[in-house]
Design a protein around this ligand. Structure first.
Ligand SMILES: [Zn+2]
Length: 63
C-alpha cells in the first residue's frame, strides 16, 4: 500500500477532493478523524497503519 498523503506534484491529483470526516472502525468502533479520498477510501489521519485493533477498514460518519 502506497501512501501519497503529501504528494501534490507527482500524479496530478490534488488534496482539494479530500474531505475531513469522523470515521469509525468497522471492527472495534473506535472513532478517528480521517480523510475521505477521491476514490472514497477512508484514511485515518496520523494512523497510516489503520486502527489500533489492526483493522484498516473504516466507515465515514459524516461528509
Ligand atoms: Zn478497530
Amino acid at each position: 500500500m502506497t501512501a501519497h498523503r503529501q504528494s501534490q506534484e507527482s500524479d496530478g491529483s490534488t488534496t482539494d477532493e479530500w474531505e475531513k470526516v469522523a470515521a469509525r472502525c468497522r471492527d472495534c468502533g473506535a472513532i478517528y478523524s480521517a480523510w475521505v479520498l477521491a476514490d472514497e477510501t477512508v484514511q485515518p489521519i496520523g494512523r497510516k497503519d489503520g486502527c489500533r485493533c489492526g483493522t484498516a477498514e473504516f466507515e465515514a460518519l459524516s461528509r
